[in-house]
Design a binder for this molecule. Structure first.
Ligand code: NAI
Length: 470
């Protein structure tokens, strides 16, 4: 093989692409990992999950310090050094992690190529940018991800209107910030900017935040946000943005009628779209859905036998951990192993304060499909651990098959929900029943007991709740 011939060429070095490349190399395949960005890690590491979680951690330090007074501890007003915060994220967090990915790639002898790749045909890539040449492959894995989608009505050429990428760069802390969209990004970045000092107004076109998530899980978050944000306006749509000297004038239509308000900055967080254009897919048999997703089967094969696709470009949910799992599957299939994407639960986490995490069947989806389920709920008001933290604002619930108590879905709202949900994923994947979870000793005092106690309520009473039987 020459240096232009590969068993596997992976396009895109995010958590899906690099996991696929590493797995392919581990299985003995000659692998190239191609990305146009000078750093490895994709949106997640460079402009998404990782920097946003670092900022959310900083936000949490501020709000925890504010709330420490209930424990008799008073801190002064925080002094914010934005340059130091930006530098920490750039160097100690993103820099460290991207170097780690680079080291892992070279240890595995994965050839990293920094160039833009387009398909010339079903076995050849054209590279452009810092390297201009052709490369041939036996198999390719498309892992090109997604980007913020901004409708034409909200697109104006003014740096005060930000998407998630520019908002993560923390250009400044605006006095008045409007967040458009009550989904993952709007809620997470709204939380960050509010804690750092902005007066945040959030508007959501639909009647609720986080559509698709059970409303009892959203409630504790919404209550806390309503106290911290200037306003949360549901059923409110942004019609138009206009750049003015004194700020961005925003035309809103909602319950309060039509209004125009001025903000110092606007964050547009109304969804993401797959990066499936300008890849040369028209030179192949790869099929695309009307939403722009590359269509794949359970092994992540496209309609072109030599080409696979994984991650955001291959469909919802657009979550890094789903991409990683798909990457491993695609590489194993290419290496001739038996593998398929066959999961019962993909966890989702909104890293707000409190966090919301869920997996498997939701209560509202069960109701909509007429499936007979029992919901076992444990309020964090009854959790000793939550009380020690001063954070009783949470709930843990299990969605169980009504007859046998098989755990079909798990939802948690509360601090640390993102860490707790993995037990739920394991329970759903293993086909556990309520008794399995209730009968597994959970350490005391921890928030994980809320899962055990919710499970106890399927057959009887949880220890820390008493409801009189009439
Ligand atoms: P999203 O789809 O989660 O939410 C967008 C929201 O904007 C929706 O509720 C929609 O009704 C609303 N909206 C649309 N147009 C509007 C308008 N003109 N005025 C007011 N509201 C409007 O999209 P988001 O937050 O941009 O996130 C995109 C994707 O990124 C997510 O679906 C998720 O897959 C991923 N993501 C995941 C994170 C995590 O796992 N923690 C964090 C951030 C993003």
């Amino acid at each position: 093989m020459t240096d232009t011939q590969y068993d596997v060429a992976v396009i895109g070095a995010g958590p899906g692409g690099y996991a696929a490349a590493f797995q392919a190399a581990d299985l003995g395949l000659r692998t190239a990992l191609i990305d146009q960005d000078p750093q490895l890690g994709g949106v997640c590491l460079l402009r998404g999950c990782i920097p946003s979680k670092a900022l959310l951690h900083a936000a949490r330090l501020i709000t925890d310090a504010e709330e420490a007074q209930v424990f008799g501890i008073q801190f002064g007003k925080p002094q914010l050094d934005l340059a130091a915060l930006r530098q920490r994220i750039k160097t100690a967090i993103i820099g460290k992690l991207t170097k780690g990915v680079q080291t892992l790639a070279s240890s595995r002898k994965v050839d990293v190529i920094h160039a833009r790749a387009t398909l010339k045909n079903a076995t050849t890539l054209t590279l452009s940018g810092s390297e201009s040449r052709e490369l041939s492959f036996a198999h390719a894995i498309l892992a090109t991800g997604s980007r913020p989608s901004i409708p034409a009505s909200l697109k104006i050429d003014d740096p005060r209107v930000m998407d998630s990428t520019s908002a993560l760069e923390l250009p400044d802390i605006p006095t008045r910030l409007l967040v458009i969209g009550g989904g993952y990004i709007g809620l997470e970045l709204g939380t960050v900017y509010q804690a750092l000092g902005s007066e945040v107004t959030l508007v959501e076109a639909l009647p609720r935040l986080l559509t698709g998530v059970d409303s009892d899980l959203v409630r504790p978050l919404q209550q806390r946000m309503q106290r911290r944000f200037k306003a949360i306006r549901l059923d409110t749509k942004v019609e138009k943005l206009e750049a003015r000297k004194d700020g961005i004038a925003v035309s809103l239509t909602g319950q309060a009628g039509n209004t125009t308000e001025v903000f110092d900055r606007v964050l547009v967080a109304v969804g993401r779209r797959p990066n499936s254009e300008q890849l040369g897919l028209e030179q192949t048999k790869v099929a695309i859905s009307p939403q722009g997703f590359v269509q794949v089967d359970h092994q992540r094969r496209t309609a072109e036998p030599t080409i696979f696709a994984i991650g955001d470009v291959a469909g919802e949910p657009m979550l890094a951990h789903k991409a990683t799992h798909e990457g491993l599957i695609a590489a194993r299939v290419i290496a001739g192993r038996q593998a398929a994407f066959d999961v019962a639960a993909i966890p989702a986490v909104v890293f707000t304060d409190p966090e919301i995490a869920w997996c498997g069947l939701t209560e509202e989806a069960a109701k909509a499909s007429g499936q007979a389920v029992t919901v076992a709920r444990f309020p964090w008001a009854a959790s000793g651990r939550a009380t020690t933290l001063g954070r009783n604002d949470g709930v843990t619930k299990l969605v169980l098959d009504a007859e046998y108590g098989r755990i079909l879905g798990v939802g948690i709202c509360g601090v640390g929900a993102g860490e707790l949900i993995s037990e739920g994923v394991l329970a759903v994947e293993m086909g556990a029943v309520a008794e399995d979870m209730a009968g597994s000793i959970h350490p005391h005092p921890t928030l994980s007991e809320t899962l055990m106690e919710a499970a106890e309520s399927f057959h009887g009473q949880p220890t820390h709740i008493y409801t009189s039987k009439r």
